[in-house]
Design a protein around this ligand. Structure first.
Ligand code: ATP
Ligand code: MG
Length: 434
């Protein structure tokens, strides 16, 4: 009896080859961009102990309250979670392995899947991917500005600079936030009748988050609420000015958004978001800021830090549009063969060509020469290499250029690598390459 198909989990997407090739291209660009700024990779497990995120992200945040894939390890009862974000894991790993004490301030990046139980929609998934950057041990505004400026360069490199704009804000220090928080609670209490259910619940637990509401009915109320920027002291003000000076000198355009508060508790001072108007409600493609208190909160020595994470899916939605259809990398050679002896010969000779540095797709699954040649053509390969009984008997191989026209020729198998190198080199020269 036919079995029922088992489907993938809702909100967790397969990335099929056409799309995955686009992702790889993007990832290569991103890696070289990160290297250019001196950031080094760090890879941490997808599963962490639940208290890590409760302590780092904050108990009263959306992530911890309702979005975490938390579960109990059935074998030993450990409280575990699929990581919802990367900063906490990164800081945990840095502390656990004593990286800062051993080697000084760290410029790091990570890349990988994150998990949040949200309502799936375009640009919002339950498994999604982030590239994140963390700079640990840097106190000055220069590193905040470096993060913002490096993002701007990536958008330019990707051709997305017209689609993405920058918003910044300062959340000040914890004392400044406490004073603001007090004023905020007083203000919202005076307008309690206008608060929605979410806001009522957050009023005492996390009133700052009320400012982040997406409820249209509360916009006017929130607009007129006390602004954190008005509560900043001398040092926070100077830091924010320092960041802005560097941004202006880098000729970056930005908006100060006093309502930008970020959904995670660990931020202080500079916060920023890169937003687009092309993805509906999923407007933020990249977000970050300073989190000077987090290292200490996770058990380390006080260490200033700053970082950001970008949502790969949202960027890919924007990028795929200008990228066009296929980014499929064509092989140099498609290897066609018929007959048992020719099959074994082809298998061997394909390896020999790869040894020469060529990309070779070896035909598998039989079929006539004609149908194999059709596949060779469809693969986008520059050349078809052909082995039949006659070629095997003489230790020769035939080849036919597929793109520029040209006759089928035959050479000794030992010379094919050199012959193809000359041929493909010339092909590129005709194109104006090299
Ligand atoms: P949002 O307000 O859209 O929920 P967030 O503030 O929860 O975003 P962060 O935790 O700051 O997001 O994560 C950084 C980036 O990761 C976001 O700007 C976004 O691009 C991406 N991101 C966050 N959650 C998702 C998700 N569920 N699906 C896809 N991308 C996401
Ligand atoms: Mg969110």
């Amino acid at each position: 009896m036919a079995q029922k198909l088992i489907q993938g989990v809702r909100g967790m997407h397969d990335i099929l080859p056409d799309e995955a090739e686009c992702w790889e291209l993007f990832e290569e660009l991103v890696r070289s961009w990160l290297r250019d700024y001196g950031y080094r990779p760090i890879r941490t497990p997808i599963v962490e102990f639940t208290p890590l995120f409760v302590r780092a992200v904050g108990a009263n945040t959306d992530i911890v309250e309702k979005e975490m894939y938390a579960f109990e390890d059935k074998l030993n009862g450990d409280a575990l979670v699929l990581r919802p974000e990367g900063t906490a894991s990164c800081v945990r790993a840095v502390l656990e392995h004593n990286l800062i004490n051993a080697a000084g301030p760290q410029r790091l990046y990570y890349h990988g899947p994150m998990f949040r139980h949200e309502r799936p929609q375009k640009g919002r998934q339950r498994q999604f991917h982030q590239v994140g950057v963390e700079a640990l041990g840097f106190a000055g505004p220069d590193i905040d500005a470096e993060h913002i400026v490096m993002c701007a360069r990536l958008w330019r490199d990707l051709g997305l600079d017209e689609d993405i704009t920058l918003e910044i804000n300062s959340l000040g220090s914890s004392d400044e936030r406490a004073a603001h928080r007090k004023a905020l609670i007083e203000y919202f209490e005076a307008h309690r009748d206008q608060l929605d259910e979410d806001a009522q619940r957050r009023l005492h637990a996390n009133p700052l988050r009320i400012l982040d509401t997406k409820n249209p009915a509360m916009q006017a109320l929130v607009e007129a609420a006390p602004k954190l920027l008005d509560f900043l002291g001398e040092e926070s003000r100077a830091h924010f000015e320092g960041v802005q000076l560097l941004l202006r000198e880098a000729c970056l355009t930005y908006t100060i958004n006093p309502r930008l508060v970020r959904g995670l508790d660990y931020y202080n001072r500079t916060v920023f978001e890169w937003v687009t108007d092309k993805l509906g409600a999923q407007a933020t493609v990249c977000a970050g800021g300073r989190y000077d208190g987090l290292v200490e909160q996770l058990g380390g020595k006080p260490t200033p830090a700053c970082g950001f994470a970008m949502g790969m899916e949202r960027l890919m939605l924007l990028w795929a549009e200008i990228q066009g259809d296929s980014t499929q990398a064509a092989p140099d050679v498609y290897f066609v063969h018929q007959g048992e002896a020719a099959g074994r010969f082809a298998f061997q000779q394909a390896e020999a060509l790869r040894e020469h540095g060529f990309g070779v797709v070896l035909h598998c699954g039989g079929g006539s020469f004609k149908s194999q040649m059709k596949k060779a053509d469809a693969s986008g390969a520059a050349v078809a290499v052909i082995a039949g009984d006659d070629e095997v008997a003489r230790e020769e191989l035939s080849f036919k250029p597929l793109r520029e026209g040209g006759e089928q020729r035959r050479v000794s198998a030992a010379l094919l690598g050199e012959t193809l190198a000359a041929l493909l080199y010339n092909v590129e020269e005709d194109d104006g390459g090299i």
